[in-house]
Every structure is written in structure tokens, then in C-alpha cells.
Ligand binder design. Structure first.
Ligand SMILES: Nc1ncnc2c1ncn2[C@@H]1O[C@H](COP(=O)(O)OP(=O)(O)OP(=O)(O)O)[C@@H](O)[C@H]1O
Length: 715
């Protein structure tokens, strides 16, 4: 049970830790752009991604944009801390996936995404995509008109106004207005395009995220216990951001860059001949090749920074979650040291990221500026020879500059695209995780006749090398109150988990009223079983909601009636917010005893025929425990129900119809209390030991029970 609880609290801790992770990431791990004025140019980047998009500064002298900062995104999924060699191997294996396989996976995702861009039965989406592409083409065509007007304005200005006469209005007024209108038109087209496309990306995100979430809820307990919940939600979060980026960049970056480059090359060839086109084409090839190779080389620095970033977040979150433990043992310095070590690795990796970025930017600038110089020389030469006008010189300059924007995007889009594909792969892989526990084909619902539960030669272990139940055979008779007792870790809670089909048995079978639980639908099986677990899982919501969870269709009156029966109503009424009191994350804002009673209320509301109480009253004082147990007994008597009580304190179960004593994964003995006492076996020894303690406590006055209860009969 301990391992189960540890794993469970790890999950919950990860959940609790989600907010701090983000807080710390943004507050202390991210470096900011240098303090000079910067313009964000990821105009089409969705809002949530903007924070992560690099900031580029427009250099006033040249107009070219230079990457100045990259947000270092944490690793694709916050991976579970490697718990041993097996997991580390798995992680290594994950990292060494061959490039070929990676490309295959990338293409599979892109193909999948095309389905969202052009869904079969969704005319609306098709229309939006079509319209966005139309607007995009319109914007690009308008954009390439701008240099033409500019050339025309420069040429028409290149006259002696004193000789020719006229004003700016008569000479170039129309062209200047056309120039302005074209620029405005291009900008408007781009904004409309973004607005229209937004719903396509958001719809895709909703569908994928919904499917993944549904799948996650279907996965078995083992999957959830071995993953960090924080990591899972992060995978969904990052994967869905990836979807938006991939769709947006597929439509707005890849296609338009290609379109713009072709248009500019075409115009240069048509207007000024092959030399210009050749230089443009050579620049494109050199720029692209340099960007792609340098980006691939830089990726490892980013990965290192991401890993350090994750480590820092994990350390910080772990320390904050275990705040009390840190304080109990005065280990603040140790924790700060651990955190600083992670920050130091991050610092080193970030410096590499920045320096390699400077190299990338310089190389890109060198290639681009060399091409620009060559073109300007050719154009100036043309002007000198009289084959070109000054306007032509300006137009060449403008056209080439127009290329700088898509080219600059190329580097960032390429890298972001790779990252998005990785994020999405993790997300899509989650959907592929097989369900270990599933319904049989055409399952029948469980037919309850009385509620007899039988374990027949059941062998089960969470790990194959450590069996917990060994050829266990037991019968829980229909309509009876049965107790399962035994030393800690002997498999009492495991019996419940198997019955609920959180896991399937490795050998043997479990029958309810003669039906193998693997042959009936899980929905009907789980509907028939009610559980008050050892550690009550509560939602961070109101008390009302948490009780209501037992039956979402129940009326508020029923909720209150259930609370009364679980002896929690009066306490709730005394709280300032009554039933609207928030219970806090994992119910941390209410006491352990209150949590258990909420769990009992929930069970009463669910009203199932088979009831399981796994140490359900362990956090209560003796008086409240006895009263609650009396209430539970009266509920059991109302209808014929089979109930199973797992308990350590034998005084809470001594009156059961049958007591099963487990030891080392098997039944050591069974019978009624009196029979087992007479037998003088394990139960009798346990009973005597507990009674001695109880009497001692009572004598010292520290126990809350009275002497009358000593033999158990007065309870
Ligand atoms: N998910 C798990 N993975 C691996 N081992 C587990 C898992 N859950 C429980 N165990 C182990 O299985 C054994 C039986 O656990 P179980 O919870 O059934 O014990 P229990 O009899 O209910 O104990 P307790 O009385 O302390 O609650 C324990 O040794 C426990 O550490």
C-alpha cells in the first residue's frame, strides 16, 4: 500500500506543482531580451505562443531583423524522474530515435494535420482555409506592387520642377496614394487572414486535446501511477500549441515564403534579366542551407538548456511541495544549493544558445548583405550605363528587402516547426498508448443476483517478480458484512483494486454472482461497486460538488440527506460558507476525518449494491467512528448489500458476518469473531495485542473509548 500511496502522492504533488512550475519558469529561468526597443514580428503567432516567440529588433540602418532572444522551451514532456536503470535506458532509447524514423513520424503528423486543414465533411473550415489562402495571395500580390509604385514615384520626382512646372500632386499624387493604399491593403488582408484562420486552428486544438483527454481517462491506473500528472498536462498543453503553430506555419509561412520568393525572382528576371535572378536564387540556396545546418547544430544547446530548465523547475517544485519537510529539518540551504546547481547548468547552456544565435545571425546577415551589395552594384552600373533609371535602383533594393522578412522567418520557423512536431509527436503518442484493461467485445452488463464475490485461485503482482496474491481463493457471501484484516502490505487493498478492474489478475478469476468480471462491461461493474478509499480523492471545489460527485443527477436535498447520514452535515452547517466551502487542492483545507465522511456521503449518494470501506474511518475519533459505523450498519440493513471492510482496528469490524485474515497473499484463517478468538490463531493474537493497548490507553485516560467497549460488545 505504501508504494501505491507514494506513487499517488507523487501524482498529486505533480498536479499541485503545476502552477509553481510555470511561475518559476517565467520568473527566474527565462532570460529577457536586451533592453533596447524591439518589435514583435510574429504577427500570426497565436496569443499564447507570443510569449515564447523570439523578439526580433528592427535595425534602423538596414531594416533587417535580427534574432535577439529565444525563449528556451522546456523539454517536450516533463519526463518522469528516472527511477532506475530501466527508465534511464528507456529515455536514452527515446533520444536515439534515428533521423529517418523521426522524419517518418514528422510526416505522419503533417499528414494528420492536413486532415484538420481540409476536413472531409466540414465546408465551413474548407471555406475559411480557402479564404485565408486567397487573402494571403492578395496580400502578397499587393506587397510586390509597393516597389513598383516606389520606383515610379522616384522616377517621376527625378525632374526639374522649375522647368517642367506642376506640383507633387499633379506629378506623382496618384502614385503616392496608390503606394499608401497598397500598403494598407496588404496589411488589412494579412489581419483578416489571421482572424479568419483562427477558428481553423482552434477547432483542431479542441478536437485533438479532447480526444487525448478522453483517452487518458480510459487508460488504466498503472499508467497514471507511473506518470507525473504535471508531465501529462504539459504534454497536452505543448502539443496543442504545436498544432496551432504547425497549421499556421504550413499555411502562412511555408506557402507564402515560397510564393514571395518565386514572385520576386520572377519580377527580377522579367524586369532586369538573368543576372539578378541568378544572384537571388544563389542567395536563397546559401541562406537556406546555412540556416538549416546551423539550426540543427544549435538544437543540442537548446536541448541542454531545456533539460537544465526542467531540472531547475523540478527541484524548485519538489522543495516547495515539501515545504514542511524542508522546515522540519532546517534544510533550506541544501534546497537553495540544489536549485542553484540547476540554475548554473541553465546559465551555461543559455550562454551557448545566445552565442550560437549570434553566429547564426551574423552568417545570415553576411549572406544577405553580400547579395544586396552585388545587386546594388549591378543596378548602379545599369544606371551609369543608362540602361536603368534611379527608380530601378530603388526598386531592386526594395524587392530584395522584401525577401528579407520571409528569409528571416525561415530560420525561426524551421526550428519552431521541429519543436512543434516533437511536442505533437508526444501528444499523438499518448493517444496510441494501448488500453491494458478493456471491455470484452460486445460486453454484457453485470447481472446482480445477491452480490456474491468469489476469488478463485487468484495470483497477482504489480511486478511479475513480486507476487502479492498467491493462488488466493475466498468467497464473500451475498448480502453479508465481511471484513478483511491482516498485516500492512499483505494485499488487502489490492483485492479491491482487482475487483474494480484497475488491474487484471495474472492467474485465476474473480466472479460476481457467477460472472467473470472480465466478461461484463466495466461500466456496469464499476457502477455496482462503491468505494470509500484509504486516501479520499477530492476535487478542488466546494463540499457540495464533492458530495454531488457520487451521483451528478441527485438533488441538493439528497446531497444534504447523504451528508446527514455520514454525520458531516452539522459540521458543514457551522462552516462560514456551508456547503459552498472550498475543500482545497486534494482536500487539504479540511480535516482528515471530514474528508473521510465526505467520502462516505458520496458513497451513500451513489447507493451501490457492493460496498467497500478501505480503512474508511481510520482518521476519526472513537466516538465519531462508532456513530458513523452505526449509521453505515443501518444503511447496510436497509437493502441487502454485500459490504467489505478493510481494517486494522479490529474493534471496528469484530461484528462482521465473516472475518477473513490474510497473510502473505493468502487466507490464513476465516470465520466469525468468536470462532477466530476460540481458534487462538493470528486473529486472536492481533485482537489480544490491540485490546491490551486499548485497556492501557483507557487506564491512562488518553483513550476516548470507555471500559465497556473493552470486549468489543459494547460498541
Ligand atoms: N501500484 C503498485 N505498484 C507496485 N507495488 C504496489 C502497488 N500498489 C501496492 N503495491 C505493493 O503491493 C503490496 C500490497 O499492497 P496493498 O495496498 O494491497 O496492501 P494493504 O494490505 O492494503 O496494506 P495497508 O494495510 O498498509 O493498507 C504492498 O507491498 C505495496 O507496496
Amino acid at each position: 500500500m505504501l508504494a501505491f500511496q507514494v506513487a499517488r502522492s507523487a501524482c498529486s504533488a505533480a498536479r499541485t506543482g503545476k502552477a509553481p512550475v510555470r511561475l518559476l519558469l517565467s520568473a527566474s529561468l527565462r532570460t529577457n531580451a536586451p533592453g533596447r526597443p524591439s518589435i514583435r514580428v510574429f504577427a500570426s503567432t497565436p496569443r499564447h505562443r507570443k510569449d515564447e516567440a523570439r523578439i526580433r529588433t528592427v535595425q534602423p540602418e538596414t531594416g533587417t531583423k535580427t534574432e535577439t532572444e529565444e525563449s528556451v522551451k522546456p523539454e517536450i514532456v516533463q519526463k518522469e524522474k528516472p527511477a532506475g536503470p530501466v527508465k534511464q535506458d528507456a529515455l536514452l532509447a527515446e533520444q536515439t530515435v534515428s533521423n529517418k524514423e523521426q522524419r517518418k513520424a514528422d510526416w505522419a503528423i503533417i499528414k494528420d494535420m492536413v486532415k484538420y486543414l481540409w476536413p472531409k465533411d466540414d465546408l465551413g473550415t474548407k471555406f475559411r482555409v480557402g479564404l485565408s489562402v486567397g487573402l494571403l495571395i492578395g496580400a502578397k500580390i499587393l506587397n510586390v506592387q509597393v516597389p513598383f509604385y516606389f520606383k515610379s514615384i522616384v522616377d517621376s520626382m527625378n525632374v526639374d520642377f522649375a522647368v517642367v512646372g506642376g506640383t507633387v500632386m499633379t506629378v506623382a499624387g496618384a502614385t503616392i496614394f496608390a503606394y499608401g493604399a497598397t500598403r494598407i491593403g496588404a496589411a488589412l488582408f494579412q489581419e483578416f487572414r489571421n482572424a479568419i484562420f483562427a477558428s481553423v486552428a482552434q477547432k483542431a486544438i479542441r478536437r485533438v486535446a479532447g480526444n487525448v483527454f478522453e483517452h487518458l481517462l480510459k487508460l488504466d491506473l498503472n499508467f497514471h501511477l507511473s506518470r507525473q500528472t504535471g508531465g501529462l498536462t504539459r504534454a497536452i498543453d505543448r502539443g496543442t500549441k504545436g498544432i496551432s503553430f504547425l497549421l499556421t506555419s504550413m499555411v502562412f509561412h511555408v506557402i507564402p515564403t515560397a510564393l514571395e520568393i518565386s514572385l520576386v525572382c520572377g519580377i527580377l528576371t522579367y524586369q532586369y534579366g538573368a543576372k539578378f535572378a541568378l544572384i537571388t536564387a544563389a542567395t536563397m540556396v546559401a541562406y537556406t542551407a546555412f540556416t538549416i545546418t546551423t539550426t540543427s547544430w544549435r538544437t543540442k544547446f537548446r536541448k541542454q538548456a531545456n533539460a537544465a530548465d526542467n531540472k531547475g523547475a523540478t527541484v524548485a517544485v519538489d522543495s516547495l511541495i515539501n515545504y514542511e519537510a524542508v522546515k522540519y529539518f532546517n534544510n533550506e540551504k541544501y534546497e537553495v544549493g540544489r536549485y542553484d546547481a540547476a540554475l548554473q547548468s541553465y546559465e551555461k547552456a543559455s550562454i551557448k544558445v545566445q552565442t550560437s544565435l549570434a553566429y547564426l545571425n551574423s552568417g545570415q546577415n553576411l549572406i544577405f548583405s553580400s547579395a544586396l551589395t552585388a545587386m546594388m552594384y549591378l543596378a548602379a552600373d545599369g544606371v551609369a550605363k543608362g540602361t536603368l533609371t534611379v527608380g530601378d535602383l530603388v526598386m531592386v533594393n526594395q524587392l530584395v528587402f522584401q525577401l528579407s522578412m520571409p528569409l528571416n522567418f525561415l530560420g525561426s520557423v524551421y526550428r519552431e516547426l521541429r519543436q512543434s512536431l516533437l511536442d505533437m509527436e508526444t501528444l499523438f503518442n499518448l493517444q496510441k498508448v494501448n488500453l491494458a484493461i478493456k471491455d470484452p467485445p460486445n460486453p454484457k452488463p453485470l447481472q446482480l443476483k445477491g452480490g456474491e464475490i468469489k476469488f478463485e485461485n487468484v495470483t497477482f503482482g504489480y511486478r511479475p517478480d513480486r507476487p502479492i496474491l498467491k493462488n488466493l481463493t475466498l468467497t464473500i457471501p451475498a448480502g453479508k458484512k465481511v471484513a478483511i484484516v491482516g498485516p500492512s502490505g499483505c494485499g488487502k487493498s489490492t483485492i479491491l483494486r482487482l475487483l474494480f478492474r484497475f488491474y487484471d489478475v495474472q492467474e485465476g478469476r474473480i466472479l460476481i454472482d457467477g460472472q467473470d468480471i472480465r466478461d461484463v462491461s466495466m461500466e456496469s461493474l464499476r457502477r455496482a461497486i462503491g468505494v470509500v478509499p484509504q486516501d479520499t480523492p477530492l476535487f478542488n471545489d466546494t463540499i457540495e460538488h464533492n458530495i454531488h460527485y457520487g451521483d451528478m443527477s441527485a438533488s441538493p436535498e439528497k446531497v444534504r440527506a447523504a451528508a446527514k447520514r455520514a454525520r458531516i452535515h452539522d459540521i458543514i452547517e457551522t462552516l462560514p460558507d456551508g456547503y459552498n466551502t472550498m475543500v482545497g487542492e486534494r482536500g487539504m483545507m479540511i480535516s482528515g476525518g471530514e474528508k473521510q465522511r465526505l467520502a462516505v456521503s458520496r458513497l451513500i449518494l451513489k447507493d451501490p449494491p457492493l460496498l467497500f470501506f478501505d480503512e474508511a474511518t481510520s482518521a476519526l475519533d472513537t466516538y465519531t467512528e462508532q456513530t458513523l459505523l452505526a449509521n453505515i450498519s443501518s444503511i447496510l440493513k436497509e437493502k441487502s448489500r454485500t459490504s467489505v471492510f478493510v481494517a486494522h482496528r479490529l474493534r471496528t469490524i469484530y461484528d462482521s458476518d465473516l472475518i477473513i485474515v490474510l497473510r502473505e497473499g493468502n487466507v490464513a484463517e476465516q470465520g466469525t469473531h468468536d470462532k477466530l478468538i476460540d481458534r487462538g490463531g493470528v486473529y486472536s493474537e492481533l485482537w489480544s495485542a490491540q485490546e491490551t493497548l486499548f485497556v492501557d490507553d483507557a487506564a491512562k485516560g488518553s483513550g476516548s473509548g470507555d471500559k465497556k467497549e473493552k470486549d468489543g460488545k459494547g460498541a
